[in-house]
Design a protein around this ligand. Structure first.
Ligand code: GDP
Length: 236
């Protein structure tokens, strides 16, 4: 660097640093779901809002970290209720993102203490919603990276994937595994998704460490705001 430039930088370094800090702030102050506001809750299919616009749904085994992931992506502490007791969220919650775009938080599944009648009700509701909802453009499937692809996760993929619409898997709580173990899980699950279902993408995610936020936003943002430009068939 020429000396004159170096002197200028040293003299004005506080300005340069302030500028860089503002840039960083602007980049992180507009997350994809920043403007999400609660819209409606449904317990039955008949209570769903009439299909209009574009929806992206979040599903996952209860306690997988779905609510935490939603809150992290929304940069909001209480958008989705982080459960003290697993199995508590028993409603389909719609959040409006504006412009006829919706985020849909599906009830967590797989909690052992749910009464059988309720379990059957949710199985039927979820399978119907995932198979037939015309405005549903993509599914984010949240899995604890220590327990991926449970039988019910597979069931969700079986219901949703025949429609040809894309799935993005968030392997959450990645901070709980070593880097090697997390990457090994990522590769193994990716391979199985590719071989069995196709049209899936997958990534590591940690709400605790705020890791994987931009990668998730890029994929979900594309579904919501450039729906004609969908992800390719292969697992990325
Ligand atoms: P949900 O039932 O799928 O909505 O799961 P929650 O978001 O309520 O999370 C279940 C538990 O896992 C809570 O105790 C969270 O604090 C914890 N948790 C969620 N995400 C993470 C994460 O990224 N890292 C760690 N270490 N814990 C997490």
């Amino acid at each position: 660097m020429p000396k004159a430039n170096l002197d200028y930088f040293i003299e004005n370094r506080h300005l340069v640093l302030a500028f860089l800090a503002i840039l960083k702030l602007v980049k992180h102050s507009m997350p994809l779901f920043q403007n999400a506001t609660f819209y409606i809750s449904a317990h039955h299919l008949r209570d769903l809002p009439p299909p209009s616009g574009i929806e992206v749904a979040f599903a996952g085994r209860s306690n997988a970290g779905k609510s935490s992931a939603l809150n992290t992506l929304a940069n909001h502490n209480r958008l989705a209720f982080v459960s003290k007791q697993p199995g508590r969220t028993q409603l389909i919650n719609f959040f409006s993102l504006g412009g006829d775009r919706f985020l849909v938080d599906l009830p967590g599944y797989g909690y052992a203490k749910v009464p059988e009648a309720l379990r059957q009700h949710w199985q039927m509701t979820l399978s119907n919603y995932l198979s037939h909802r015309s405005t549903l453009h993509g599914l984010v499937l949240v899995m604890d990276c220590r327990h991926p692809l449970t039988p019910l996760d597979r069931q969700m993929l079986d219901w949703f994937c025949p429609s040809g619409r894309p799935v993005h898997v968030l392997l959450t709580k990645s901070d709980k595994l070593s880097r090697n173990a997390a990457n090994h899980t990522l590769q193994t699950v990716r391979k199985e998704l590719n071989e069995t279902w196709g049209n899936c993408t997958i990534q590591l995610f940690s709400s605790l460490k705020k890791q994987g936020v931009e990668e998730a936003e890029a994929i979900i943002g594309k579904w919501l705001f450039s729906p004609e430009d969908q992800v390719p068939d292969a697992v990325a």
